[in-house]
Design a protein around this ligand. Structure first.
Ligand code: SAM
Length: 217
């Protein structure tokens, strides 16, 4: 049996387009977006600049830009795929004046140096597992902690391996407990598991088992 996971070709325009069309948010995935929008709306952030790691086709970005009501918000989507930027640009056309696209590989140490301004929050959904290794997730958490000012918020919703799973998962799908340990080790406080959605221990697929974590810088 193959490890639970998926292989992507995010740099290929046709693959990216087809994948984006299949990735249209389902009701449980929408629940994750609702949670993130609520977190951003209910907190006083140290800056109104929101950075998303792995903006992809822009589904989360559309929700945040359309609904979070952060005054004078600016949004920065980080991704390594030009093909994904093209799809996100078209989805977010109504917010074009407020969105910046920053090309960077999140496995490189210098992605924070490429940000256009200091973020008040860093968000991500279903992206960090694609970095392919726990060490890369730990590095992203550490760099996010370093670039966020005191009171800044990190929220990451991502595919996980259930703590109690007997199955092998691709290496970027780590357990919820490990995410929490890595966030604390990076220096985040008030680390919380906000949700665990579509949990399925016995019948895992590449599309179920995702959880959302938050920490304060
Ligand atoms: C599932 S998509 C994100 C979906 C997005 N959160 C949304 O709501 O539309 C994952 C994204 O992560 C990006 N990605 C994967 N590995 C990356 C890396 N090493 N550096 C930067 N971006 C990466 C991919 O190009 C893809 O656009």
């Amino acid at each position: 049996m193959h490890p639970v996971g998926a292989v992507h070709e995010f740099h290929e325009p046709a693959y990216a387009q087809n994948w984006a069309e299949r990735f249209v948010p389902t009701p449980p995935r929408q629940a994750l977006f609702d949670l993130i929008v609520e977190q951003l709306t209910n907190r006083a952030l140290p800056s109104n600049h929101i950075v998303e790691l792995g903006i992809g086709p822009g589904y989360l970005a559309l929700e945040i830009l359309g609904r979070s009501r952060i005054p004078s918000m600016t949004y920065e989507g980080v991704d390594f795929s030009e093909a994904m930027f093209a799809i996100a640009r078209s989805r977010l056309v109504d917010f074009a004046d407020h969105v910046v696209y920053t090309q960077a590989d999140l496995t490189d140490a210098d992605w924070t140096a490429r940000l256009s301004q200091t973020p008040g929050a860093i968000v991500s959904t279903w992206a960090l597992h694609d970095l392919g290794a726990e060490a890369h997730i730990a590095s992203v958490y550490a760099r996010a902690r370093a670039v966020l000012p005191p009171g800044g918020l990190l929220i990451n919703g991502d595919f996980v391996k259930p703590d109690e799973s007997p199955f092998e998962y691709e290496l970027g799908r780590i357990t919820p407990s490990r995410h929490e340990e890595l966030l604390r080790a990076a220096g985040f406080r008030d680390v919380q598991r906000l949700a665990y959605l579509e949990k399925n221990i016995d019948h895992p697929t590449s599309a179920n088992n995702y959880a959302c974590f938050a920490g304060i810088a």
